[in-house]
Design a protein. Structure first.
Length: 157
């Protein structure tokens, strides 16, 4: 059973509860994203010179900035619920806005991961291919959690 399939039944719960579940479920994939970004950041310039036409450092900057924004937004989830509770609960519109806010930095992370996946065709060393695979896998897990708990449209697995 996929992460999405495991979490999708919780979509029927109240929005505030789904936000709390989302925060708990995002802990592991966000940690995996951070680890992958840290590992990529530690690569030397000579290890990455052939990647992204020598602009690999710029991709790392995008990853770091997007990760920081995603971390901030996830942390704000409970605050958004508290504010919403004061005015009668988290509305569907507020949940859609929060989803959009989360997806923006996540899509940046996923875009870099997909771009980095293309580098795999350049005979990457095994450790670099593994890091890129970890980045891609973790970003997919984050998307699964967000989709399962905030998307009104159900998707296939």
């Amino acid at each position: 059973m996929s992460l999405y399939q495991r979490l999708r039944p919780f979509y029927q719960r109240p929005p505030e509860e789904r936000i709390r579940i989302m925060q708990a479920e995002l802990a592991a994939p966000l940690d995996a994203l951070r680890r992958a970004i840290d590992e990529l950041s530690r690569l030397s310039a000579d290890q990455t010179a052939s990647l992204a036409e020598g602009r690999f450092g710029e991709l790392i900057d995008v990853l770091r900035d997007s990760m920081a924004r995603l971390d901030t937004l996830v942390a704000e989830g409970i605050d958004r619920c508290e504010v919403a509770r004061a005015v009668g609960g988290l509305s569907d519109q507020a949940l859609r806005m929060y989803r959009h806010d989360l997806l923006t930095p996540l899509n940046n992370l996923r875009g870099v991961a997909l771009l980095a996946r293309r580098f795999s065709n350049v005979n990457l060393p095994a450790h670099l291919a593994r890091i890129i695979g970890d980045l891609d896998s973790a970003s997919c897990d984050v998307l699964d959690v967000i989709d399962a708990l905030t998307s009104s449209q159900e998707r296939d697995g």
